[in-house]
Ligand binder design. Sequence first.
Ligand code: 3PG
Ligand code: CO
Length: 594
Amino acid sequence: GFSWKLEDHPKLPKGKIVAVVVLDGWGEANPDRYNCIHVAETPTMDSLKKGTPEKWRLVRAHGTAVGLPTEDDMGNSEVGHNALGAGRIYAQGAKLVDFALASGKIYEGEGFKYIKECFDTGTLHLIGLLSDGGVHSRLDQLQACASENGAKRIRVHILTDGRDVLDGSSVGFVETLEKCLSDLWGKGVDAQIASGGGRILISWYELYNVGCFLQNDWDVVKRGWDAHVLGVAPYKFRSALEAVKKLREELKTNDQYLPPFVIVDESGKPVGPIVDGDAVVTFNFRADRMVMIAKALEYEDFDKFDRVHFPKIHFAGMLQYDGELKLPSHYLVSPPEIERTSGEYLVHNGVRTFACSETVKFGHVTFFWNGNRSGYFNPEMEEYVEIPSDSGITFNVQPKMKALEIAEKARDVILDRKFHQVRVNLPNSDMVGHTGDIEATVVACKAADEAVKGRPTLFRPTHLGFAVDYAVMVIEGGHRVVTIVKEEMILDSIEQVGGIYVVTADHGNAEDMVKRDKAGQPLLDKNGNIQILTSHTLQPVPIAIGGPGLVPGVRFRSDVPDGGLANVAATVMNLHGFEAPSDYEPSLIEVVNK
Ligand code: 3PG
Ligand code: CO
Protein backbone atom coordinates (compact mmCIF):
# COMPACT_ATOMS: atom_id res chain seq x y z
CA GLY A 1 0.00 0.00 0.00
CA PHE A 2 0.94 3.63 -0.30
CA SER A 3 3.08 5.12 2.39
CA TRP A 4 4.33 8.65 3.02
CA LYS A 5 7.54 7.27 4.48
CA LEU A 6 10.60 8.30 2.47
CA GLU A 7 13.72 6.13 2.31
CA ASP A 8 16.79 7.44 4.06
CA HIS A 9 19.41 8.86 1.76
CA PRO A 10 22.43 6.54 1.98
CA LYS A 11 24.95 9.34 2.32
CA LEU A 12 23.19 12.49 3.43
CA PRO A 13 22.22 13.27 7.02
CA LYS A 14 18.87 14.40 8.33
CA GLY A 15 18.14 17.36 10.50
CA LYS A 16 20.10 20.05 8.67
CA ILE A 17 18.48 23.42 8.24
CA VAL A 18 17.92 23.97 4.53
CA ALA A 19 17.13 27.43 3.20
CA VAL A 20 15.31 27.32 -0.12
CA VAL A 21 15.40 30.71 -1.78
CA VAL A 22 13.41 31.41 -4.94
CA LEU A 23 14.33 34.58 -6.76
CA ASP A 24 11.22 35.34 -8.74
CA GLY A 25 11.86 36.24 -12.35
CA TRP A 26 15.63 35.76 -12.25
CA GLY A 27 16.92 34.10 -15.40
CA GLU A 28 20.31 33.71 -17.02
CA ALA A 29 20.98 35.55 -20.27
CA ASN A 30 23.74 37.20 -22.22
CA PRO A 31 25.16 40.21 -20.46
CA ASP A 32 24.08 43.44 -22.05
CA ARG A 33 22.45 46.70 -21.00
CA TYR A 34 18.95 45.25 -21.06
CA ASN A 35 19.97 42.46 -18.72
CA CYS A 36 19.15 44.14 -15.41
CA ILE A 37 20.69 41.31 -13.41
CA HIS A 38 23.94 41.86 -15.25
CA VAL A 39 23.77 45.64 -14.87
CA ALA A 40 22.89 45.49 -11.16
CA GLU A 41 25.49 44.89 -8.50
CA THR A 42 24.78 41.32 -7.48
CA PRO A 43 27.85 40.14 -5.56
CA THR A 44 26.09 37.26 -3.87
CA MET A 45 24.68 35.68 -6.98
CA ASP A 46 27.96 36.37 -8.81
CA SER A 47 29.90 34.55 -6.14
CA LEU A 48 27.53 31.59 -6.20
CA LYS A 49 28.09 31.33 -9.92
CA LYS A 50 31.78 30.81 -9.30
CA GLY A 51 30.76 27.37 -8.03
CA THR A 52 30.03 26.22 -11.63
CA PRO A 53 29.60 23.34 -12.41
CA GLU A 54 29.60 21.50 -9.08
CA LYS A 55 27.62 23.97 -6.99
CA TRP A 56 25.94 26.15 -9.61
CA ARG A 57 24.17 25.24 -12.81
CA LEU A 58 21.23 26.21 -14.98
CA VAL A 59 17.84 24.51 -15.10
CA ARG A 60 15.04 24.79 -17.63
CA ALA A 61 12.08 26.88 -16.52
CA HIS A 62 9.83 27.22 -19.57
CA GLY A 63 7.88 25.20 -22.11
CA THR A 64 7.49 21.46 -21.75
CA ALA A 65 9.89 21.38 -18.78
CA VAL A 66 7.12 22.97 -16.73
CA GLY A 67 4.12 21.34 -18.42
CA LEU A 68 3.33 24.07 -20.94
CA PRO A 69 2.19 23.27 -24.49
CA THR A 70 5.29 24.25 -26.48
CA GLU A 71 8.88 25.42 -26.18
CA ASP A 72 7.66 28.87 -27.20
CA ASP A 73 5.79 29.21 -23.90
CA MET A 74 7.66 31.31 -21.40
CA GLY A 75 7.75 30.17 -17.83
CA ASN A 76 5.57 31.66 -15.13
CA SER A 77 5.28 31.57 -11.39
CA GLU A 78 2.33 29.23 -11.21
CA VAL A 79 3.84 26.44 -13.30
CA GLY A 80 7.33 27.18 -11.99
CA HIS A 81 6.38 26.82 -8.33
CA ASN A 82 4.18 23.82 -9.14
CA ALA A 83 7.19 22.09 -10.68
CA LEU A 84 9.56 23.13 -7.89
CA GLY A 85 7.27 21.78 -5.22
CA ALA A 86 5.77 18.76 -6.98
CA GLY A 87 8.96 17.30 -8.43
CA ARG A 88 7.08 16.06 -11.47
CA ILE A 89 5.89 17.72 -14.65
CA TYR A 90 2.13 18.04 -14.90
CA ALA A 91 0.26 19.11 -18.02
CA GLN A 92 -0.78 22.60 -16.98
CA GLY A 93 -3.96 24.62 -17.57
CA ALA A 94 -2.91 25.94 -20.96
CA LYS A 95 -2.26 22.44 -22.21
CA LEU A 96 -5.34 20.88 -20.61
CA VAL A 97 -7.58 23.45 -22.26
CA ASP A 98 -5.85 22.82 -25.60
CA PHE A 99 -6.57 19.09 -25.24
CA ALA A 100 -10.17 19.67 -24.25
CA LEU A 101 -10.78 22.00 -27.19
CA ALA A 102 -9.00 19.82 -29.74
CA SER A 103 -10.86 16.69 -28.67
CA GLY A 104 -14.16 18.49 -28.27
CA LYS A 105 -14.39 17.15 -24.71
CA ILE A 106 -14.87 20.66 -23.41
CA TYR A 107 -18.35 20.70 -24.95
CA GLU A 108 -19.29 17.35 -23.45
CA GLY A 109 -18.41 18.19 -19.88
CA GLU A 110 -20.73 19.08 -17.03
CA GLY A 111 -19.52 22.70 -16.99
CA PHE A 112 -20.41 23.40 -20.58
CA LYS A 113 -23.78 21.70 -20.26
CA TYR A 114 -24.56 23.94 -17.32
CA ILE A 115 -23.60 27.01 -19.31
CA LYS A 116 -25.59 25.85 -22.33
CA GLU A 117 -28.80 25.78 -20.32
CA CYS A 118 -28.90 29.56 -20.72
CA PHE A 119 -28.36 29.67 -24.48
CA ASP A 120 -32.01 29.74 -25.53
CA THR A 121 -32.92 32.97 -23.87
CA GLY A 122 -29.75 34.29 -22.29
CA THR A 123 -26.44 35.75 -23.38
CA LEU A 124 -23.08 33.99 -23.03
CA HIS A 125 -20.53 36.31 -21.42
CA LEU A 126 -16.83 35.58 -21.67
CA ILE A 127 -14.58 37.43 -19.22
CA GLY A 128 -10.81 37.23 -19.09
CA LEU A 129 -7.37 38.38 -20.09
CA LEU A 130 -7.10 39.26 -23.78
CA SER A 131 -3.61 38.00 -24.52
CA ASP A 132 -1.60 35.39 -26.30
CA GLY A 133 0.90 35.34 -23.44
CA GLY A 134 -0.23 31.88 -22.42
CA VAL A 135 0.24 32.63 -18.73
CA HIS A 136 -3.37 33.23 -17.65
CA SER A 137 -5.33 32.74 -20.87
CA ARG A 138 -4.89 32.51 -24.62
CA LEU A 139 -6.59 34.45 -27.38
CA ASP A 140 -6.91 31.39 -29.63
CA GLN A 141 -8.70 29.51 -26.86
CA LEU A 142 -11.06 32.44 -26.38
CA GLN A 143 -11.74 32.47 -30.11
CA ALA A 144 -12.44 28.74 -30.09
CA CYS A 145 -14.78 29.09 -27.11
CA ALA A 146 -16.63 31.93 -28.74
CA SER A 147 -16.97 30.18 -32.07
CA GLU A 148 -18.40 26.71 -31.83
CA ASN A 149 -20.64 26.65 -28.86
CA GLY A 150 -24.24 27.19 -29.98
CA ALA A 151 -24.80 30.45 -28.12
CA LYS A 152 -26.97 32.94 -29.99
CA ARG A 153 -25.74 36.02 -28.23
CA ILE A 154 -22.20 36.50 -26.97
CA ARG A 155 -20.63 39.37 -25.08
CA VAL A 156 -16.92 39.46 -24.37
CA HIS A 157 -15.48 41.46 -21.48
CA ILE A 158 -11.80 42.02 -22.08
CA LEU A 159 -8.94 42.70 -19.72
CA THR A 160 -6.01 44.13 -21.64
CA ASP A 161 -2.63 42.65 -20.78
CA GLY A 162 0.62 44.50 -21.56
CA ARG A 163 2.43 42.43 -18.94
CA ASP A 164 2.80 38.94 -20.38
CA VAL A 165 2.88 40.55 -23.83
CA LEU A 166 4.16 43.84 -25.25
CA ASP A 167 2.48 47.00 -24.12
CA GLY A 168 0.25 48.23 -26.94
CA SER A 169 -0.46 44.74 -28.23
CA SER A 170 -4.02 45.11 -26.94
CA VAL A 171 -4.91 46.98 -30.11
CA GLY A 172 -4.01 44.06 -32.35
CA PHE A 173 -5.73 41.57 -30.04
CA VAL A 174 -8.94 43.61 -30.09
CA GLU A 175 -8.80 43.71 -33.88
CA THR A 176 -8.37 39.95 -34.06
CA LEU A 177 -11.18 39.34 -31.60
CA GLU A 178 -13.54 41.76 -33.32
CA LYS A 179 -12.88 40.06 -36.63
CA CYS A 180 -13.67 36.70 -35.04
CA LEU A 181 -16.87 38.05 -33.49
CA SER A 182 -18.02 39.71 -36.68
CA ASP A 183 -17.52 36.40 -38.52
CA LEU A 184 -20.04 34.99 -36.06
CA TRP A 185 -22.57 37.57 -37.17
CA GLY A 186 -22.53 35.83 -40.56
CA LYS A 187 -23.54 32.65 -38.74
CA GLY A 188 -26.46 34.32 -37.04
CA VAL A 189 -24.75 34.93 -33.72
CA ASP A 190 -25.01 38.37 -32.19
CA ALA A 191 -21.48 38.71 -30.81
CA GLN A 192 -19.47 41.70 -29.66
CA ILE A 193 -17.16 43.10 -27.02
CA ALA A 194 -19.18 44.68 -24.24
CA SER A 195 -16.73 46.10 -21.73
CA GLY A 196 -13.13 46.11 -20.71
CA GLY A 197 -10.23 47.64 -18.88
CA GLY A 198 -6.64 46.91 -17.92
CA ARG A 199 -5.78 43.58 -16.36
CA ILE A 200 -5.32 45.25 -13.02
CA LEU A 201 -9.11 45.10 -12.70
CA ILE A 202 -9.05 41.36 -12.17
CA SER A 203 -7.24 41.35 -8.89
CA TRP A 204 -5.00 43.19 -6.60
CA TYR A 205 -4.49 40.52 -5.07
CA GLU A 206 -6.44 37.68 -3.56
CA LEU A 207 -4.21 35.23 -1.82
CA TYR A 208 -4.33 31.93 -0.23
CA ASN A 209 -3.93 33.22 3.24
CA VAL A 210 -3.13 30.89 6.01
CA GLY A 211 -3.87 32.31 9.38
CA CYS A 212 -3.69 35.92 8.39
CA PHE A 213 -6.26 37.70 6.31
CA LEU A 214 -5.11 40.78 4.57
CA GLN A 215 -7.49 43.31 3.22
CA ASN A 216 -7.11 42.91 -0.50
CA ASP A 217 -7.97 45.74 -2.75
CA TRP A 218 -11.53 44.76 -3.56
CA ASP A 219 -12.14 48.27 -4.75
CA VAL A 220 -10.27 47.44 -7.91
CA VAL A 221 -12.39 44.36 -8.50
CA LYS A 222 -15.52 46.38 -7.88
CA ARG A 223 -14.59 48.70 -10.74
CA GLY A 224 -14.35 45.63 -12.97
CA TRP A 225 -17.68 44.34 -11.66
CA ASP A 226 -19.37 47.65 -12.36
CA ALA A 227 -18.17 47.63 -15.96
CA HIS A 228 -18.67 43.96 -16.83
CA VAL A 229 -21.79 43.17 -14.85
CA LEU A 230 -23.61 46.46 -14.35
CA GLY A 231 -22.45 48.17 -17.54
CA VAL A 232 -21.28 51.19 -15.58
CA ALA A 233 -17.85 52.73 -16.16
CA PRO A 234 -16.19 56.13 -16.33
CA TYR A 235 -15.57 55.74 -20.07
CA LYS A 236 -18.05 54.87 -22.81
CA PHE A 237 -17.24 54.06 -26.40
CA ARG A 238 -19.02 52.73 -29.44
CA SER A 239 -16.33 50.13 -30.09
CA ALA A 240 -13.62 48.38 -28.16
CA LEU A 241 -10.98 49.26 -30.71
CA GLU A 242 -11.77 52.91 -30.27
CA ALA A 243 -11.78 52.44 -26.50
CA VAL A 244 -8.37 50.89 -26.32
CA LYS A 245 -6.77 53.27 -28.79
CA LYS A 246 -8.24 56.42 -27.28
CA LEU A 247 -7.61 55.50 -23.66
CA ARG A 248 -4.01 54.65 -24.45
CA GLU A 249 -3.45 57.85 -26.38
CA GLU A 250 -5.38 60.29 -24.28
CA LEU A 251 -4.55 59.03 -20.82
CA LYS A 252 -1.05 57.87 -21.74
CA THR A 253 -1.66 54.67 -19.84
CA ASN A 254 -0.33 51.21 -20.53
CA ASP A 255 -2.47 48.23 -21.40
CA GLN A 256 -2.04 46.88 -17.87
CA TYR A 257 -3.67 49.90 -16.29
CA LEU A 258 -6.43 50.99 -18.69
CA PRO A 259 -9.43 52.28 -16.75
CA PRO A 260 -12.73 50.42 -17.07
CA PHE A 261 -14.90 51.18 -20.07
CA VAL A 262 -18.19 49.97 -21.49
CA ILE A 263 -19.33 49.72 -25.08
CA VAL A 264 -22.62 51.47 -25.75
CA ASP A 265 -25.09 51.46 -28.63
CA GLU A 266 -26.18 54.54 -30.58
CA SER A 267 -28.57 55.51 -27.81
CA GLY A 268 -25.80 55.35 -25.22
CA LYS A 269 -27.01 52.11 -23.65
CA PRO A 270 -24.41 49.52 -22.62
CA VAL A 271 -24.49 46.63 -25.10
CA GLY A 272 -23.86 43.82 -22.69
CA PRO A 273 -24.49 44.07 -18.97
CA ILE A 274 -24.87 40.69 -17.27
CA VAL A 275 -28.49 40.00 -16.36
CA ASP A 276 -30.67 37.24 -14.93
CA GLY A 277 -30.67 34.15 -17.10
CA ASP A 278 -27.25 34.78 -18.66
CA ALA A 279 -24.29 32.43 -18.71
CA VAL A 280 -20.82 33.61 -17.69
CA VAL A 281 -17.48 31.92 -18.37
CA THR A 282 -14.23 33.33 -17.03
CA PHE A 283 -11.85 32.07 -19.69
CA ASN A 284 -8.54 32.35 -17.81
CA PHE A 285 -7.13 28.96 -16.98
CA ARG A 286 -4.78 30.27 -14.31
CA ALA A 287 -6.34 30.73 -10.94
CA ASP A 288 -4.68 33.42 -8.94
CA ARG A 289 -6.00 36.51 -10.65
CA MET A 290 -9.48 35.06 -11.15
CA VAL A 291 -10.30 34.10 -7.60
CA MET A 292 -11.65 37.47 -6.49
CA ILE A 293 -13.96 38.03 -9.45
CA ALA A 294 -15.04 34.37 -9.26
CA LYS A 295 -16.12 34.89 -5.66
CA ALA A 296 -18.12 37.94 -6.65
CA LEU A 297 -19.80 36.01 -9.47
CA GLU A 298 -20.46 32.88 -7.44
CA TYR A 299 -21.26 33.65 -3.84
CA GLU A 300 -24.79 34.40 -2.77
CA ASP A 301 -23.45 35.86 0.47
CA PHE A 302 -20.79 38.35 -0.35
CA ASP A 303 -19.72 41.42 1.56
CA LYS A 304 -16.46 42.52 -0.05
CA PHE A 305 -18.14 45.31 -1.93
CA ASP A 306 -21.65 46.34 -2.89
CA ARG A 307 -22.53 44.42 -6.04
CA VAL A 308 -25.67 46.59 -6.40
CA HIS A 309 -27.28 43.82 -8.40
CA PHE A 310 -26.41 40.12 -8.21
CA PRO A 311 -27.81 38.56 -11.37
CA LYS A 312 -29.03 34.96 -11.37
CA ILE A 313 -26.57 33.45 -13.79
CA HIS A 314 -24.96 30.16 -14.68
CA PHE A 315 -21.29 30.75 -14.03
CA ALA A 316 -18.36 28.49 -14.89
CA GLY A 317 -14.61 28.97 -14.83
CA MET A 318 -12.42 27.70 -17.62
CA LEU A 319 -10.87 25.66 -14.79
CA GLN A 320 -11.78 25.28 -11.17
CA TYR A 321 -9.60 27.93 -9.56
CA ASP A 322 -9.51 26.75 -5.98
CA GLY A 323 -9.89 23.07 -5.19
CA GLU A 324 -10.25 23.66 -1.46
CA LEU A 325 -13.00 26.22 -1.81
CA LYS A 326 -14.43 24.34 -4.82
CA LEU A 327 -14.52 27.69 -6.57
CA PRO A 328 -16.16 27.98 -8.96
CA SER A 329 -18.37 24.97 -8.50
CA HIS A 330 -18.81 24.68 -12.28
CA TYR A 331 -15.88 24.64 -14.70
CA LEU A 332 -15.20 23.60 -18.28
CA VAL A 333 -11.89 21.76 -17.79
CA SER A 334 -10.57 19.94 -14.75
CA PRO A 335 -7.39 21.44 -13.31
CA PRO A 336 -4.18 19.40 -13.06
CA GLU A 337 -4.41 17.04 -10.13
CA ILE A 338 -1.12 17.63 -8.45
CA GLU A 339 -0.68 15.28 -5.53
CA ARG A 340 2.06 13.95 -3.27
CA THR A 341 4.09 17.16 -3.39
CA SER A 342 7.51 17.35 -1.78
CA GLY A 343 6.12 19.64 0.90
CA GLU A 344 3.56 17.07 1.97
CA TYR A 345 6.10 14.24 1.95
CA LEU A 346 8.63 16.18 3.96
CA VAL A 347 6.12 17.17 6.60
CA HIS A 348 5.08 13.51 6.91
CA ASN A 349 8.74 12.65 7.41
CA GLY A 350 9.30 15.09 10.22
CA VAL A 351 10.69 18.05 8.30
CA ARG A 352 9.41 21.17 9.99
CA THR A 353 8.73 23.74 7.34
CA PHE A 354 8.58 27.52 7.27
CA ALA A 355 7.55 29.53 4.20
CA CYS A 356 7.45 33.26 3.69
CA SER A 357 7.03 35.93 1.08
CA GLU A 358 5.19 39.17 0.70
CA THR A 359 1.57 39.30 -0.41
CA VAL A 360 2.17 39.30 -4.16
CA LYS A 361 4.21 36.08 -4.01
CA PHE A 362 3.01 34.49 -0.81
CA GLY A 363 0.59 32.21 -2.63
CA HIS A 364 3.38 31.14 -4.96
CA VAL A 365 5.63 29.79 -2.24
CA THR A 366 2.74 28.15 -0.39
CA PHE A 367 -0.34 27.44 -2.57
CA PHE A 368 1.44 26.87 -5.90
CA TRP A 369 4.40 25.14 -4.20
CA ASN A 370 1.98 22.74 -2.54
CA GLY A 371 0.23 21.78 -5.77
CA ASN A 372 -2.48 24.47 -5.70
CA ARG A 373 -3.49 23.56 -2.20
CA SER A 374 -4.19 26.17 0.42
CA GLY A 375 -3.51 25.71 4.09
CA TYR A 376 -1.10 23.61 6.06
CA PHE A 377 -0.52 19.89 5.73
CA ASN A 378 0.10 19.82 9.44
CA PRO A 379 -0.13 23.07 11.38
CA GLU A 380 2.02 21.65 14.17
CA MET A 381 4.88 21.24 11.73
CA GLU A 382 4.53 24.28 9.53
CA GLU A 383 4.34 28.02 9.64
CA TYR A 384 3.61 30.27 6.67
CA VAL A 385 4.12 34.00 7.03
CA GLU A 386 2.80 36.62 4.67
CA ILE A 387 4.44 40.02 4.78
CA PRO A 388 2.00 42.66 3.51
CA SER A 389 3.03 44.10 0.16
CA ASP A 390 2.81 47.79 -0.44
CA SER A 391 -0.53 48.30 -2.07
CA GLY A 392 -1.84 50.94 -4.38
CA ILE A 393 1.51 51.46 -6.11
CA THR A 394 3.33 49.99 -9.06
CA PHE A 395 6.47 48.34 -7.85
CA ASN A 396 8.90 50.44 -9.86
CA VAL A 397 8.18 53.13 -7.27
CA GLN A 398 9.37 50.84 -4.46
CA PRO A 399 11.69 48.41 -6.22
CA LYS A 400 13.15 47.09 -2.99
CA MET A 401 9.69 45.89 -2.10
CA LYS A 402 9.76 43.76 1.07
CA ALA A 403 12.90 41.80 0.20
CA LEU A 404 14.72 42.75 3.38
CA GLU A 405 11.72 42.10 5.59
CA ILE A 406 11.34 38.64 4.04
CA ALA A 407 15.04 37.92 4.44
CA GLU A 408 15.13 39.17 8.02
CA LYS A 409 12.18 36.98 8.85
CA ALA A 410 13.92 33.98 7.27
CA ARG A 411 17.14 34.83 9.08
CA ASP A 412 15.42 35.00 12.44
CA VAL A 413 13.65 31.72 11.83
CA ILE A 414 16.89 30.05 10.76
CA LEU A 415 18.71 31.33 13.84
CA ASP A 416 15.85 30.06 16.01
CA ARG A 417 16.51 26.56 14.63
CA LYS A 418 12.87 25.59 14.96
CA PHE A 419 12.36 24.66 11.31
CA HIS A 420 14.31 22.36 9.01
CA GLN A 421 13.20 23.96 5.79
CA VAL A 422 13.00 27.73 5.48
CA ARG A 423 11.56 28.62 2.11
CA VAL A 424 11.17 32.11 0.74
CA ASN A 425 10.34 33.87 -2.47
CA LEU A 426 12.01 37.20 -3.22
CA PRO A 427 9.70 38.92 -5.70
CA ASN A 428 11.71 41.95 -6.83
CA SER A 429 13.14 40.99 -10.21
CA ASP A 430 9.76 39.71 -11.37
CA MET A 431 7.40 42.32 -10.05
CA VAL A 432 9.54 45.29 -11.00
CA GLY A 433 10.50 43.63 -14.28
CA HIS A 434 6.80 43.52 -15.15
CA THR A 435 6.58 47.29 -14.91
CA GLY A 436 9.07 47.61 -17.76
CA ASP A 437 11.05 50.22 -15.83
CA ILE A 438 14.65 49.25 -16.51
CA GLU A 439 16.32 51.51 -13.95
CA ALA A 440 13.97 50.38 -11.21
CA THR A 441 14.50 46.76 -12.19
CA VAL A 442 18.24 47.18 -11.67
CA VAL A 443 17.55 48.46 -8.16
CA ALA A 444 15.18 45.53 -7.65
CA CYS A 445 17.80 42.95 -8.63
CA LYS A 446 20.33 44.47 -6.29
CA ALA A 447 17.83 44.42 -3.45
CA ALA A 448 17.04 40.75 -4.02
CA ASP A 449 20.73 39.88 -4.13
CA GLU A 450 21.30 41.72 -0.85
CA ALA A 451 18.44 39.87 0.74
CA VAL A 452 19.94 36.52 -0.21
CA LYS A 453 23.15 37.00 1.64
CA GLY A 454 23.42 40.16 3.57
CA ARG A 455 24.37 43.64 2.67
CA PRO A 456 27.41 45.57 3.58
CA THR A 457 25.97 48.95 4.38
CA LEU A 458 28.28 51.88 4.03
CA PHE A 459 27.99 55.23 5.72
CA ARG A 460 25.42 54.29 8.27
CA PRO A 461 25.55 56.26 11.49
CA THR A 462 26.64 54.02 14.34
CA HIS A 463 23.82 54.68 16.72
CA LEU A 464 21.17 52.76 14.75
CA GLY A 465 20.41 49.60 16.60
CA PHE A 466 19.79 47.19 13.76
CA ALA A 467 21.02 43.64 13.47
CA VAL A 468 24.66 43.42 12.54
CA ASP A 469 27.11 40.59 12.55
CA TYR A 470 30.16 42.74 12.46
CA ALA A 471 30.99 46.37 12.47
CA VAL A 472 34.11 48.13 11.38
CA MET A 473 34.93 51.57 12.60
CA VAL A 474 36.09 54.07 10.08
CA ILE A 475 38.39 56.67 11.46
CA GLU A 476 38.85 59.85 9.54
CA GLY A 477 41.10 62.53 10.87
CA GLY A 478 41.03 60.93 14.28
CA HIS A 479 37.22 60.93 14.47
CA ARG A 480 34.96 58.00 14.29
CA VAL A 481 32.56 59.06 11.57
CA VAL A 482 30.79 56.05 10.16
CA THR A 483 30.54 52.41 10.72
CA ILE A 484 30.52 49.90 7.93
CA VAL A 485 28.10 47.29 9.00
CA LYS A 486 27.00 44.12 7.49
CA GLU A 487 23.41 43.19 7.99
CA GLU A 488 23.10 39.51 8.17
CA MET A 489 20.62 37.85 5.86
CA ILE A 490 19.68 34.36 4.74
CA LEU A 491 22.98 32.79 3.69
CA ASP A 492 24.82 34.39 6.60
CA SER A 493 22.46 32.80 9.06
CA ILE A 494 22.75 29.45 7.28
CA GLU A 495 26.49 29.81 7.79
CA GLN A 496 25.96 30.31 11.51
CA VAL A 497 23.70 27.32 12.05
CA GLY A 498 25.74 24.95 9.92
CA GLY A 499 22.94 24.69 7.39
CA ILE A 500 22.54 24.25 3.67
CA TYR A 501 21.18 26.60 1.06
CA VAL A 502 19.52 26.13 -2.30
CA VAL A 503 19.13 29.33 -4.29
CA THR A 504 17.14 29.19 -7.49
CA ALA A 505 14.40 30.96 -9.46
CA ASP A 506 11.03 30.16 -10.99
CA HIS A 507 11.42 31.67 -14.46
CA GLY A 508 13.23 34.47 -16.25
CA ASN A 509 12.16 38.10 -16.39
CA ALA A 510 14.66 40.80 -15.34
CA GLU A 511 17.56 39.31 -17.30
CA ASP A 512 15.99 40.51 -20.52
CA MET A 513 13.94 43.66 -20.74
CA VAL A 514 13.79 44.14 -24.49
CA LYS A 515 12.00 42.40 -27.32
CA ARG A 516 14.56 40.91 -29.70
CA ASP A 517 14.74 39.66 -33.26
CA LYS A 518 15.80 36.12 -34.11
CA ALA A 519 19.44 37.17 -34.06
CA GLY A 520 19.04 38.52 -30.54
CA GLN A 521 19.18 42.20 -31.50
CA PRO A 522 16.78 44.62 -29.75
CA LEU A 523 13.72 45.38 -31.86
CA LEU A 524 12.69 48.98 -32.43
CA ASP A 525 9.15 50.23 -32.80
CA LYS A 526 8.07 52.55 -35.62
CA ASN A 527 9.34 55.57 -33.73
CA GLY A 528 12.77 54.04 -33.30
CA ASN A 529 12.34 53.27 -29.60
CA ILE A 530 13.29 49.93 -28.16
CA GLN A 531 10.35 47.67 -27.39
CA ILE A 532 10.36 47.08 -23.66
CA LEU A 533 9.71 43.52 -22.59
CA THR A 534 7.55 43.44 -19.49
CA SER A 535 6.98 39.70 -19.70
CA HIS A 536 8.78 36.61 -18.52
CA THR A 537 11.27 34.94 -20.84
CA LEU A 538 12.29 31.58 -22.24
CA GLN A 539 15.61 31.68 -20.37
CA PRO A 540 16.89 29.03 -17.98
CA VAL A 541 17.41 29.91 -14.34
CA PRO A 542 20.32 29.31 -11.98
CA ILE A 543 20.38 26.92 -9.09
CA ALA A 544 23.14 27.04 -6.49
CA ILE A 545 23.79 24.82 -3.48
CA GLY A 546 26.14 25.29 -0.59
CA GLY A 547 26.53 26.01 3.08
CA PRO A 548 28.59 24.47 5.86
CA GLY A 549 26.05 21.66 6.33
CA LEU A 550 26.61 20.32 2.86
CA VAL A 551 28.42 17.00 3.07
CA PRO A 552 31.78 17.25 1.28
CA GLY A 553 31.48 15.56 -2.07
CA VAL A 554 27.95 16.76 -2.79
CA ARG A 555 27.89 18.22 -6.27
CA PHE A 556 25.65 18.63 -9.26
CA ARG A 557 25.57 15.55 -11.46
CA SER A 558 26.60 15.97 -15.05
CA ASP A 559 24.16 13.38 -16.38
CA VAL A 560 20.96 15.47 -16.15
CA PRO A 561 21.95 18.23 -18.58
CA ASP A 562 18.30 18.95 -19.43
CA GLY A 563 17.28 19.22 -15.80
CA GLY A 564 14.45 21.61 -15.08
CA LEU A 565 12.59 23.06 -12.13
CA ALA A 566 10.88 19.74 -11.49
CA ASN A 567 14.27 18.21 -10.62
CA VAL A 568 14.66 20.58 -7.69
CA ALA A 569 12.21 18.79 -5.38
CA ALA A 570 14.19 15.54 -5.32
CA THR A 571 17.35 17.59 -4.82
CA VAL A 572 15.90 19.34 -1.79
CA MET A 573 14.59 16.04 -0.38
CA ASN A 574 18.13 14.63 -0.65
CA LEU A 575 19.50 17.62 1.22
CA HIS A 576 17.03 16.88 4.00
CA GLY A 577 18.49 13.35 4.13
CA PHE A 578 15.83 11.50 2.13
CA GLU A 579 15.55 9.70 -1.16
CA ALA A 580 12.82 11.13 -3.35
CA PRO A 581 9.89 8.93 -4.43
CA SER A 582 10.72 6.92 -7.52
CA ASP A 583 8.32 8.76 -9.80
CA TYR A 584 9.88 12.13 -9.07
CA GLU A 585 12.16 13.72 -11.65
CA PRO A 586 15.73 12.77 -10.74
CA SER A 587 17.75 14.72 -8.23
CA LEU A 588 20.34 17.12 -9.59
CA ILE A 589 22.97 16.11 -7.03
CA GLU A 590 25.27 13.20 -6.31
CA VAL A 591 27.71 12.50 -3.51
CA VAL A 592 31.23 11.57 -4.52
CA ASN A 593 33.75 10.30 -2.03
CA LYS A 594 36.03 13.00 -0.82
C1 3PG B 1 1.15 38.20 -13.33
O1 3PG B 1 0.03 37.73 -13.13
O2 3PG B 1 1.68 39.00 -12.57
C2 3PG B 1 1.88 37.80 -14.59
O3 3PG B 1 0.99 37.59 -15.63
C3 3PG B 1 2.64 36.54 -14.35
O4 3PG B 1 3.55 36.69 -13.32
P1 3PG B 1 3.94 35.48 -12.37
O5 3PG B 1 3.78 34.21 -13.16
O6 3PG B 1 5.39 35.77 -12.07
O7 3PG B 1 3.07 35.55 -11.18
CO1 CO C 1 5.87 37.41 -13.14
